[in-house]
Design a protein around this ligand. Sequence first.
Ligand SMILES: *[C@@H]1O[C@H](CO)[C@@H](O)[C@H](O)[C@H]1NC(C)=O
Ligand SMILES: *[C@@H]1O[C@H](CO)[C@@H](O)[C@H](O)[C@H]1NC(C)=O
Ligand SMILES: *[C@@H]1O[C@H](CO)[C@@H](O)[C@H](O)[C@H]1NC(C)=O
Ligand SMILES: *[C@@H]1O[C@H](CO)[C@@H](O)[C@H](O)[C@H]1NC(C)=O
Ligand SMILES: *[C@@H]1O[C@H](CO)[C@@H](O)[C@H](O)[C@H]1NC(C)=O
Length: 265
Amino acid sequence: METTTKPIALGTILLLLLLSFSHLSKADVIFDPSDLLTINCGSSTNFSTPEGRNWIGDTNTKLLAVSRGSFLATALTKSIIQGPYDSARLSCSNFTYSIFNLTAGPKFLRLFFFSTSYYNNFHPSKAVFSVKAGPYTLLQRFNASLDADSGNDPARSNILFREYCINLQEGQNLNITFIPSSTGSYAFINGIEIVSMPSYLYYTDPNVDIDGKPKLVGGNTYPIENHLALETKYRLSLADRNIPEAEDTGMLRTWDVHNQVFFPF
Ligand SMILES: *[C@@H]1O[C@H](CO)[C@@H](O)[C@H](O)[C@H]1NC(C)=O
Ligand SMILES: *[C@@H]1O[C@H](CO)[C@@H](O)[C@H](O)[C@H]1NC(C)=O
Ligand SMILES: *[C@@H]1O[C@H](CO)[C@@H](O)[C@H](O)[C@H]1NC(C)=O
Ligand SMILES: *[C@@H]1O[C@H](CO)[C@@H](O)[C@H](O)[C@H]1NC(C)=O
Ligand SMILES: *[C@@H]1O[C@H](CO)[C@@H](O)[C@H](O)[C@H]1NC(C)=O
């Protein structure tokens, strides 16, 4: 795999372009993540989806706590995709998920949103908010309906997915805070997933010399130190089909077919 990065305005967040030059095959070592937590937000319901996710309702688990001031909201339309989309946790004021007892090291942090109307009278165009995880701003004044409208994949209509890599220190709870952007706007979230990854899958191993380091666009070497957060932009399989979560090597990643994605570089 080759990893290419390009810094964006948010400073501490880099964009990741990931390429797999071959099929993932059964011969690839399956990674067994020390943390694997998939949260069905705004619900008490646990369920599984075919791609291999076990969703846990956020109201009946000791693995996390949610600060006061948010509430459970039902989606007024049904998503065409199976997932945590019947319910959301929603608020016009800040709310925080504190996730306990995670191990130290790099994690995928995945956010799942369904841009639709929520009971009672929460219109999608008023969902404008920022999301912070620990010291990182993952989304800034994110206008969910605007992103949903501009999405170019009709098969995933109004479902928005974001994936980040963050590194946790020993003994840290992970706080994920949702911050409505202005009076009259609200923040919501349908699903959150945290999955451990191997230490130096994307972050640079300090023990590897300069030639082993990932390359910045333009050809300069650029270590990805673990105080940085990363955002996935594309994860491309150079094989002739996409690779779904269930066929990944234990980390529930998806790989798109490269020729379906516009290449900005
Ligand atoms: C849902 O899963 C959580 C975490 O495994 C567990 O604590 C809880 O009892 C489960 N709830 C139900 C209704 O099975
Ligand atoms: C919500 O969070 C933001 C960013 O951390 C902060 O500036 C603001 O004061 C918070 N609002 C309230 C009411 O606590
Ligand atoms: C976190 O782990 C410690 C030690 O294993 C345990 O005592 C504590 O109850 C756990 N906390 C939660 C919220 O699960
Ligand atoms: C968010 O996007 C919607 C279009 O879907 C627009 O109507 C609304 O004004 C936008 N909100 C803000 C605060 O930009
Ligand atoms: C995490 O959030 C909880 C609840 O809002 C708060 O009490 C705690 O101080 C926060 N921890 C950090 C490190 O921000």
